[in-house]
Design a protein around this ligand. Structure first.
Ligand code: NAD
Ligand code: SER
Length: 316
């Protein structure tokens, strides 16, 4: 039986992706792996793996007959700015280790996420197209842009079947974010329910592209299931969900929790956010593999609050 390996499975996306993949392909056929322990109880195999350790990686891949890899291990934008050298090392060498496994014929297919961070201050901010000026100003964005070039290179030169999406900021209730600039849009829900107030590390009019996690997981699985010939972009696809700023998400939360209050205390993450687009044009993803998001801001806010409230009730 050919199996799937998710690397970085204990993180924000990995936690939800593993759950969905296991429902789809069977618990035993999806191997979760991470350098740290899982955040939720596992329903299938889990392996401790440092993706920078090539021998350990190969042992796990051979042990489980892995043919498909979802590589999620990375340092995100805010954390990587604090440790640029390690951010570059982890984000690039994790990708090379997986691309080389495919080049050598050990695995058949790779998913690797890029980010809206590939764009920079000189990129057009509104309706940012697939092909445009890309001069990222963060180490995270530089690593993602370089990663995109390498994905395309490995596809063109060695026929590696690697597929990629430029995720916007992702928001879900099942897992916590891991050190990004868009993390406020998850934290705000937890604080709204716990204390009815939130101090935001971005300023009130900072508009960013965002997406509900279920949409992101669907996009990930859809691009991996699409016919090879439909994947015409082998760097990474723009995808869009919604765009909002802290004031707009606050207004939506106040429709449910009227006495919720927000204050603003921007920190170093403001500069990162200011360098990114405000909205994304995802025409190519729509045309090539039928991408369509299901969640707008209002549906996202209601879903987040209902589910987090139920989780808090169970905890107490
Ligand atoms: P996360 O930080 O929540 O999870 C990353 C996981 O990788 C963590 O569990 C961490 O323990 C693990 N990891 C770190 N070093 C490792 C190593 N050496 N070996 C194995 N595992 C290691 O990140 P996430 O939000 O789940 O993001 C996953 C991917 O998606 C990243 O490539 C990120 O750049 C990309 N992305 C995320 C977002 C978002 O909003 N969450 C947006 C754009 C792109
Ligand atoms: N959500 C991610 C971050 O803020 C974007 O890639 O780092």
């Amino acid at each position: 039986m050919e199996r799937i390996l998710v690397i970085g499975s204990s993180g924000q996306i990995g936690t939800e992706l593993v759950e969905t993949l296991r429902t789809k392909y069977g618990n035993e056929n999806v191997i979760a792996s991470d350098i740290r322990e899982p955040q939720v109880q596992q329903t299938g195999p889990f392996e401790t793996l440092d993706i920078l350790n090539k021998e350990q990686l190969l042992t796990i891949v051979n042990k489980h007959n892995v043919k498909e890899v979802y590589l999620l291990a990375a340092l995100l934008s805010a954390t990587a700015e604090k440790n640029p050298e390690f951010g570059w090392d982890l984000n690039m060498n994790s990708l090379f280790n997986i691309l080389n496994l495919a080049k050598d014929g050990v695995i058949d297919k790779i998913f690797w996420p890029s980010s809206i961070a590939v764009f920079g201050p000189t990129t057009p901010k509104q309706n940012t197209p697939q092909y445009t000026i890309m001069e990222p100003s963060t180490v995270y964005g530089i690593s993602k842009q370089a990663g995109e070039r390498w994905c395309e290179y490995y596809h063109e030169k060695y026929g590696v079947d690697v597929r990629s999406i430029r995720y916007p900021g992702l928001i879900g209730y099942k897992s916590l974010p891991g050190g990004g600039t868009t993390d406020y849009a998850v934290d705000i829900f937890h604080q709204a329910l716990k204390s009815k107030s939130y101090e935001c590390f971005l300023s009130e009019h900072t508009t960013l592209p965002m997406m509900y996690m279920e949409d992101a997981i669907n996009a990930t699985i859809n691009i991996m299931q699409a016919k090879k010939e439909n994947i015409k972009i082998r760097s990474s696809y723009n995808i869009a969900g919604m765009s909002f700023n802290p004031t707009e998400i606050t207004t939506e939360i106040q429709n449910v929790i009227p006495d919720f209050k927000i204050s603003y205390n921007p920190d170093y993450r403001q500069n990162i956010a200011d360098s990114w687009p405000q909205s994304i044009n995802d025409q190519e993803a729509q045309e090539h593999w039928n991408w369509q998001p299901q969640y707008n801001l209002s549906r996202l806010v209601n879903t987040m609050l209902q589910n987090l409230e139920q989780m808090l009730l169970k905890e107490n």
